[in-house]
Design a protein around this ligand. Structure first.
Ligand code: B12
Ligand code: SF4
Length: 500
């Protein structure tokens, strides 16, 4: 039987976490195929590490997981080298980048198959077909080339998560001892683990990359199973905090509360992502139970303070500006820090309208801070994802925005910045607007330094606040060099780039 080699390209500079994407698909073939893992986060020369396995001649299949940004930067050139030096290897990519950009990935000629969305059924089915020379054309969630054509098969319904095979923690530990590699020091704990307890999201926000993959579907592991996995990692490797990487952990109030009750005796801090309108419906008793179990901070997509923009973003219809402010206020009584992300720089009919929206949202963010100064703010600039058919994406295309035409172009520094949602190449967003947003961000981070930076002690925080106060209060954000200098010296962290 041929073996399978998995590659997790470098995704962060530090604080590496369990490669959950690879672990989910590796679990699905664990009892049928021998497999090995190369984690680009831990290899000086990841190509060499992969090549060492491939030279044995035992590995016919190689699976890459690729999210946009830094992972593409490592994945693209390495895939090319593998194609050149090991041409008989069958290369299969999965994850958000290839799922959303399958055409360009396959047209490169370096990748043979893309798994579009969930891989737990599609991947073993594909390997079975290839091993046994059977047709693969009817396997769901698959994209491949047939001559010059790119063929996308039907999407599979999301399946129940509990019956899936257990995550291969012990096997991963053999390649990269988990205690030293996958539990990091964060503001929540000394040995923070990452866990992914549900797949997809039931909403259809028009700017979000999750929508084309999971088409408004969501399936979760039961509270018991999530607890069992976390307890396993705690008992075996000493995890003392958990980051939930689910797109939307809190879809079910019942599950969140059940899980909280189970976790409470373990005394672990935790963090997850949610929607404001969903959580605002949670009872006070539920929110209290969640906090008592160790939940310290929750990430919410606030997106904008304008109801018109929220509508254009298709935020589900029930989230509005008033609610965003009130909810920030409500979280104070539970001592849970709300972490609000905003998407600035959406397309509008005129340049003035783009400016107006930016200034409006910046002022709104200041209102949020007034309502609850502990609210953490994460500022993104809108980087289009191909949410085909949405009004927003139609507007984006009409404005002349185009994605790179070749896979290797995604490695250009400008497209990397696009992925980081810091400096998108959208035609309506002028450089001075980006400067304005980034300068405001610097002043905001100076006046309200993030609670998640464990290196910033009180004197440093006070110093930054003092330095930024006048600018913040007078809306003067231009050239905040003095704050930038301090942030550089103290290596101020940005959660959205450097990991949660
Ligand atoms: C963890 C994570 C990170 C971490 C990386 C962790 C680390 N320390 O190494 C950090 C914080 C660094 C990060 C950063 C970024 N991330 Co990120 N990240 C995630 C997150 C939350 C979880 C990924 C994960 O483990 N999923 C769990 C697995 C089980 O799900 P999955 O990946 O979808 O895998 C399934 C399928 O896709 C498929 N599959 C996946 N891989 C493979 C491989 C093979 C071979 C096969 C067959 C199948 C397959 O099968 C799996 C099981 O069904 C996702 C959101 C999410 N919930 O997935 C965002 C997400 C992938 N990130 C995203 C982005 C944009 C980024 C950034 C580029 C930008 C940003 N500002 O956020 C930065 C890059 C900065 C940087 N320095 O790397 C976006 C991608 C959006 C898009 N346009 O496609 C996502 C979807 C978040 C979002 N909702 O917007 N990220
Ligand atoms: S609620 Fe969040 S994860 Fe779900 S579609 Fe909207 S932005 Fe995406």
């Amino acid at each position: 039987m041929n073996k399978v080699l998995f590659f997790n390209p470098r995704s962060a500079e530090a604080k590496h976490r369990f490669p959950n994407s690879i672990m989910a698909v590796a679990a699905s073939i664990d009892n049928r195929f021998e497999w090995a893992l190369v984690d680009g986060n831990w290899e000086k020369d990841p190509f060499e590490a992969l090549a060492a396995y491939l030279r044995t001649g035992e590995y016919r299949y190689i699976g890459f997981t690729v999210m946009p940004g830094p992972q593409t930067k490592q994945a693209i050139p390495i895939a090319r080298k593998i194609r050149e030096q090991f041409p008989h290897t069958i290369m299969i990519w999965g994850g958000y980048f290839p799922s959303n950009h399958a055409g360009i990935v396959l047209e490169s000629g370096d990748v043979d198959f893309v798994i579009n969305g969930a891989g737990e059924h599609a991947f073993p089915a594909l390997l079975d077909a290839l091993e046994n020379n059977k047709p693969y054309e009817l396997i769901k969630n698959l994209v491949f080339r047939s001559g010059e054509k790119v063929i996308k098969t039907a999407k599979e319904d999301l399946f129940d998560q509990d019956p899936l095979p257990s995550l291969p923690y012990d096997k991963v530990d053999q390649f990269y001892p988990a205690g030293q590699h996958y539990l990091g020091k964060t503001w929540m704990g000394n040995r923070t683990m990452a866990y992914h307890s549900s797949i997809g999201c039931p909403f259809t926000c028009s700017f979000c990359a999750v929508v084309p993959l999971y088409e408004a579907r969501w399936k979760a592991k039961s509270a018991e199973l999530v607890y069992k996995d976390i307890k396993y990692v705690k008992d075996k490797w000493g995890a003392d905090a958990v980051e939930f990487h689910d797109n939307n952990f809190f879809v079910s109030e019942k599950r969140a509360v059940e899980f909280s009750r189970l976790l409470r005796p373990e005394q672990m801090n935790w963090w997850g992502m949610a929607r404001i309108d969903t959580m605002n419906k949670f009872s006070d008793a539920s929110l209290a139970a969640i906090r008592e179990s160790g939940c310290r901070m929750i990430f919410f997509g606030a997106e904008s303070g304008s109801d018109k923009v929220l509508q254009a973003l298709d935020k589900g219809g029930t989230q509005n500006a008033e609610q965003i402010l009130q909810f920030a206020e409500r979280m104070k009584q539970f001592d849970i820090i709300p972490e609000y992300s905003f998407v600035l720089g959406l397309p509008a009919d005129t340049e003035e309208a783009v400016w107006e929206q930016i200034i409006f949202d910046i002022n709104f963010i200041k209102q949020v801070k007034k309502a609850n100064p502990r609210t953490e703010i994460v500022l993104y600039t809108y980087s289009p994802v191909p949410t085909e058919g949405s009004e927003l994406f139609e507007k984006v295309k009409a404005a002349g925005f185009v994605y790179p035409r070749k896979l290797e172009d995604w490695c250009n520094p400008q497209w990397e910045k696009f992925d980081l949602r810091k400096n998108p190449l959208t035609p309506w967003l002028k450089p001075e607007m980006i400067d304005y947003i980034r300068n405001f961000e610097t002043v905001l981070n100076g006046y309200y330094p993030t609670a998640s930076d464990i290196r910033l002690n009180s004197p440093k925080r006070n110093m930054m606040r003092l330095l930024s106060g006048l600018r913040y209060k007078t809306n003067f954000y231009r050239f905040p060099m003095e704050i930038k200098l301090l942030q550089r010296i103290w290596k101020y962290r940005q959660p959205e780039i450097q990991g949660f």
